[in-house]
Design a protein around this ligand. Structure first.
Ligand code: UDP
Length: 521
């Protein structure tokens, strides 16, 4: 019979304070890694909860990598109270900590078939001392289940109360020694050296994701307004063509870098706009690790830069933080209904976790942060093959192929034309009233258009435009929805941004026509 040693990575340990591990009485071989926490301390806004969030976002993936390299199972003791709390709420460090850890675990399970067992901890308070005794026998049982049949995250989830308690006496409970390091290599900080380190009388703005669809439109707008713009992008999901027309501007420069790695920009900066993201479902379904890294590591790097430069910070979050909402329209204080381990979890948690990081920098340093929850945006300059509904429909129609609707087509979205989205982002960048807001919850704004359409209606509207310009109609086909977490409705409440002066709205019919003319040329 094998004797198991359970090495508890209590994440206090990583900060060299306190931790424990469990050894068998017979040997000290490591057979599993455990990501744990003290539930007593988590239910507060404490520094422990803040560390837990950072550990979940940044250390847990390193633990998962380590486990994969050494073929070790990972046991994640997960708090169960992670619903009904928004990413900027008081308890967000705890809840988003659990949620980002679930998203990382889900990505490793779904994409690498990693051996991760998620134990949902009961809600009643248990101290750390009680925890291993409670969990240990159950873990022993789970570890012995060597074949987990399907790559399905739910199959790897266990409720602690459902597990059988056995064989308690074969374990010791000891203080931990540092067995391996879970530090990422931050020694290599890329130095970005601007052509112009100073720009007399011009405001200097750095934009991550500056070559993307929204990024390149925003850069253009800022250049026309005479900002000095330093754009960064890795071209992971966008086309180099987007920035070519911008290179002729004297007040523009571009640097090709991966913003998930530490970097610094020499010279001063007045503002940083963090737009970099894996943008559409088609990309983030395939790139879960890059998606989480851009929202977590990328946001942290950009916030660190803002801190060093004492710069204003705009974070491009997303309507996806609301998940599959139960209320409509969605107001900024709605905590959302996002599944932290579903097909969209890598994206949803990259944005929710990114917001909680903003909260941390606001709570701890008072950084002048503004969060934009951007709803579906469309317009000229999109990648026609990015898999989004409007581009897919236009690409199909131009090829005289059917527009394909996933599911019933009764799901709704609210589509904002790119110029309207840019106007709203500009308000967030420039408005000085926001700087007075004392609460991070007052610094978050829905960005979009509040007209709501079913996907069926979008197809019909576009068909009318196709008929007007091309003289034919394409058929509309329905196929099965592959994403069970696809939101059923989405419509922003725009009261907040309207209070700051946004009042122009381009209708979907006008915007679709303009977009069609652009792509149909
Ligand atoms: N959709 C569709 N056909 C397509 C692409 C998308 O029916 O060719 C649906 C998709 O399932 C979703 C909605 O259209 O319900 C919007 O999808 P999109 O990928 O544009 O963005 P999302 O709002 O889902 O992030």
């Amino acid at each position: 019979m094998k004797h198991w040693v359970l090495f508890i990575i209590n994440f206090l340990y990583i900060f060299n304070t306190e931790a424990f591990f469990l050894t068998s009485k017979q040997n000290d071989h490591i057979n599993a890694l455990i990501f744990s926490h003290d539930p007593m301390l988590l239910e507060t806004d404490s520094s422990y909860a803040q560390q837990y969030f950072f550990n979940a976002a940044f250390k847990f993936p390193l633990l998962l990598q380590y486990a994969e390299k050494h073929t070790l199972p990972v046991i994640f003791l997960c708090p169960t109270q992670f619903d009904n709390v928004g990413p900027l709420d008081k308890n967000a460090y705890t809840t988003e900590g659990a949620r980002v850890a679930l998203a990382w675990a889900s990505a490793y399970i779904r994409f690498r078939n990693s051996d991760i067992r998620i134990i949902l901890m009961p809600t009643e308070k248990k101290s750390l001392i009680q925890l291993p005794h409670l969990v240990n026998p159950s873990l022993n049982k789970i570890i012995h289940q060597t074949n987990v049949p399907e790559i399905n995250v739910e199959n790897r989830m266990f409720f602690l109360n459902d597990l059988v308690y056995e064989n308690e006496n074969s374990y010791n409970f000891q203080n931990i020694i540092e067995r391996f390091s879970l530090e990422s290599d931050n020694s290599k900080v890329l130095k970005v050296i601007p052509k112009n380190k100073q720009s007399e009388n011009l405001k200097r703005v750095a934009i991550t994701g500056g070559a993307g669809f929204i990024g390149s439109h925003l850069v253009k707008k800022l250049l026309d307004l005479n900002y000095y713009v330093i754009a960064l992008d890795s071209f992971l999901c966008c086309n180099k063509e987007n920035i070519k027309p911008l290179l002729k501007y004297k007040n523009f420069e571009f640097h090709e870098i991966d913003v998930t790695q530490p970097y610094d920009i020499e010279g001063n900066l007045d503002a940083i706009i963090h737009l970099a993201s894996v943008p559409s479902p088609q990309y983030y379904y395939k790139l879960p690790f890059e998606t989480l890294a851009t929202g977590l590591h990328g946001t942290k790097n950009a916030l660190d830069l803002a801190l060093r430069k004492n710069a204003r910070f705009v974070f491009a979050s997303s309507s996806e933080v609301y998940g599959d909402p139960e209320i409509s329209p969605q107001t900024e204080d709605y905590p959302g209904n996002a599944n932290p381990w579903g097909m969209r979890s890598q994206y949803d948690q990259s944005k929710r976790g990114g917001e909680t990081l903003c909260k941390w920098y606001f709570d701890n340093y008072g950084l002048d942060i503004r969060i934009a929850r951007i709803f579906n945006t469309y317009g000229p300059g999109m990648n026609l093959h990015d898999g989004r509904v409007v581009t897919n429909f236009i690409a199909a129609a131009l090829d005289r192929k059917p527009m394909v609707i996933y599911g019933s087509g009764n799901q709704t979205r609210s589509f904002s034309f790119i110029t309207n989205t840019i106007e709203q982002l500009l308000i967030l960048l420039e408005n000085n009233e926001i700087a007075k807001a004392q609460l991070i919850q007052e610094r978050v704004f829905n960005i979009g258009n509040d007209e709501e359409f079913t996907i069926n209606e979008v197809a019909i509207k576009l068909n009318k435009i196709i008929e007007k310009y091309l003289g034919y109609l394409v058929s509309i086909n329905h196929i099965e929805q592959i994403d069970p977490t696809d939101p059923k409705k989405r419509k922003p409440c725009l009261n907040r941004i309207k209070k700051l002066g946004f009042n122009s709205t381009i209708t979907l019919s006008q915007g679709l026509e303009e977009m069609f003319i652009f792509f149909g040329k």
